[in-house]
Design a protein around this ligand. Sequence first.
Ligand code: PLP
Length: 364
Amino acid sequence: MTMSMQEKIDKLVRSEIRALTAYHVPPANDLIKLDAMENPWSWSAELRTAWLDALQSVEINRYPDPSARQLHASMRAAMAVPASAAVILGNGSDELIQMIIQTLASPGRVVMAPDPTFVMYRQIATVANMGYVAVPLQTDFSLDEAAMLAALEEQQPAVIFLSYPNNPTANLFDAGSLRKIVSRADGLVVIDEAYAPFTDASLMPDIGDYDNLLVLRTVSKMGLAGLRLGLLAGPAAWLEQIDKTRLPYNISVLNQVTGRFALAHADILAAQAREIRAQRAALISGLQGLPSLTVFPSEANFILFRTPRGQATALFEGLKTAGILIKNLDAPGGPLQDCLRVTVGLPEENAVFLAALRELLQAD
Ligand SMILES: *Cc1c(COP(=O)(O)O)cnc(C)c1O
């Protein structure tokens, strides 16, 4: 008896995995790319030359330093990690989310997060065979503290993920609510600060105050999305356990040298973040000046807005035809119905986007 390949797949691959769709990123081709929260500035020729010089010293035939000590020091300084906190580096913060979940995964245990939020929490929990509890945000996308606390009591999640600011809604949750959740939870609470460069808010200084608070950072949104480098900070006893799930040499020699080089020029990235914050304010007022849009507040490098009922997909497609790629979040009946998300780009890209959107809204 031989099974067909499809029968073998159906028999061996868990149904939850078969039901997933792989993380999909549409090709940007020659479009103006305002869909993925990237920093729009690339490096100067001078900086590139200095970087390539730094790479000359890489011994590509050798395994990297398994604990990436020098890069640890650069990352701790760049992210202002309290001296008392321990740190793990990941191949992007996505890998750290995966390591946290793998450390806690066990049948019947659940991961909890508000909804809508970053899709990888659910995706990674599902792959790890864990349950996932999504607690709806309020209609203005603020955290429903009472609902979170009730769900926490009832579900006893092994870990709660809170994106701060939240992707894809761009707002900050109330810090008092976050601290209340951390103190009530028996499980871990991970504050995911991927958008830290674009806000003054952070729970990084709170790490020493709780025994279950972890803070996640990444260099991706600050201008190094191509590098794949994230940082997890928290109590040493927790990180010692989580570090056991890390594959050896997860940070390549190229990443270690490039990360150190880039963070030695952190002033350039910080200046770009300040410029992105200024452009964000301009883009928000530009969007507010267009007819019939609802623009949500942003503490990140992207802006969520709601279009008139039923028009989001047509506007998204119209922008694409005009050469601009943003993100369509519209899902009929869901909390993001009629919503689009635009990443803050170069001043001229933002202007082209606003002009095209104005034209599409007027043509309607
Ligand atoms: C983009 C993003 C990440 C992923 O960051 P990488 O370091 O690029 O893996 C994590 N969390 C949130 C909330 C994000 O928006």
